[in-house]
Design a protein around this ligand. Structure first.
Ligand SMILES: Cc1ncc(COP(=O)(O)O)c(C=O)c1O
Length: 397
């Protein structure tokens, strides 16, 4: 969608922006990395994270090697970049070495994990009605799976006890989101992991709306698998996803969909003697998208420089500010009652959301809509001034 150029805004933060998570100077430097922030009020990071010059430079380097070296860049450079990315993601997620693999999409990452499970003695899979559709679709195409959908009572979140009520000795998997995409509700990973474990089931978390906006420590969470990708909060663009699997579990799982990237001796080219790699690369599904490998390395490096604890703290700071401003104007928010369960996806009830989003776009303010709501999703690089600009510009109807 093309948007008209908006009045240029200063990349520097407003004076009132001071927050311990990020000094004014660090924030100004961070904002300089993102050209879109110089021309737009960009508040849609849960759809697509902003492109940084750092990511663009990494992409440029990749293109340069493609021009100058062609395929020989694979061995000298690009295989190394794939490994650099796996290790960078491990750093972002608090994961052990060898526990992250690359996938073409989150749907494929979920599929390759699910295709390693046996539903014979445990046919049940439990998901939530607020999960992203692709999670439900995985199981609807498996007639052997008894799919149980936990239903939200308030349309915003799910109480972990609702999972406990239906997770039993016939349950193979609890598969649900870290952060619900349409409400921003953050689930308690430790509680979900415990509920699954106590029933002898596994837990798989779709963290596409989690990692990158909140600080995740998958090793401490007590879950079995976590998927995410660079498209949104991780600032790395479309074309890849990541799958983390608990290290002790990896050798027990053999997915029934696979590729040569999963083979222990990938470059022996043995057609008839496939053996799985011992690490999480056994879930990989073919050649990863190299352009995205490079943009992801650049975007994620910026988040690591800020530090994920600081990113989460700043996102909370911005979110509280925009929530307060919207409530002061009389808007109703569709959000969790407990602030600890809220994230930087803010849903504003609106009777004419598509029109409001289009009108905001004409003023250079980029947000989105979902049925009945305007959705605003600030990220670490946004400012309080931008929050205020959105709040003031949001039409009442
Ligand atoms: C929470 C969540 N899970 C999964 C997906 C789908 O990911 P993919 O298209 O990479 O399969 C999305 C896409 O927006 C999402 O928000």
């Amino acid at each position: 969608m093309s948007r008209p150029p908006a009045p240029a805004t200063q990349p520097g933060p407003a004076a009132s922006d001071t927050h311990p998570a990020l000094t004014d100077r660090a924030l100004a430097e961070l904002r300089r990395e993102f050209p879109i922030l110089h021309t737009h009020t960009y508040l849609n990071s849960c759809s697509l994270g902003a492109l940084s010059t750092r990511a663009e430079q990494r992409l440029g380097h990749f293109l340069e090697l493609w021009h100058t070296m062609g395929a020989s860049a694979w061995y000298e450079h690009w295989l190394g970049r794939l490994q650099e990315l796996r290790e960078q993601v491990e750093g972002l997620l608090g994961a052990a070495p060898g526990s992250v693999g690359l996938s073409p999409s989150t749907s494929v990452a979920i599929s390759s994990f699910v295709e390693s499970l046996d539903f014979d003695s445990r046919p049940r899979v439990v998901i939530a009605d607020l999960d992203f559709p692709t999670l439900g679709h995985q199981f609807q195409v498996k007639p052997e799976v008894e799919l149980v959908v936990v239903r939200s009572q308030d349309g915003v979140g799910v109480d972990p006890e609702q999972f406990r009520e239906v997770v039993d000795e016939r349950t193979a998997l609890v598969a649900t989101s870290h952060v619900f995409y349409a409400t921003g509700f953050r689930q308690d990973l430790a509680a979900l992991g415990r509920i699954a474990r106590e029933a002898g089931a596994l837990s798989l978390v779709d963290g596409y709306q989690g990692a990158g906006q909140v600080d995740v420590d998958v090793s401490a969470a007590g879950i079995d698998a976590y998927t995410t990708g660079p498209l949104k909060w991780l600032l790395g663009g479309p074309g890849l996803s990541y799958l983390w699997v608990r290290p002790e579990l990896i050798s027990r799982l053999e997915p029934r969909i696979t590729s040569w990237f999963a083979a222990e001796d990938q470059f022996d080219f043995g057609l008839e003697d496939f053996r799985f790699r011992p690490d999480a690369r056994r879930f990989e599904m073919g050649t990863p998208a190299l352009p995205t490998v490079h943009t992801a390395l650049g975007g994620q490096e910026l988040l690591l420089e800020v530090g994920m604890a600081a990113v989460e703290a700043r996102n909370r700071f911005l979110t509280r500010h925009v929530e307060a401003g919207l409530e002061a104007r009389g808007f109703r928010l569709r959000q969790a009652r407990d602030p600890a369960e809220r994230t930087a996806i803010v849903m504003v009830e609106h009777e004419n959301a598509p029109d409001a989003v289009a009108r905001l776009a004409r003023e250079g303010i980029v947000v989105d809509h979902r049925p009945g709501c305007v959705r605003v999703s600030p990220h670490v690089y946004n400012t309080l001034e931008e929050m205020d600009r959105f709040v003031e510009a949001l039409p009442e109807s």
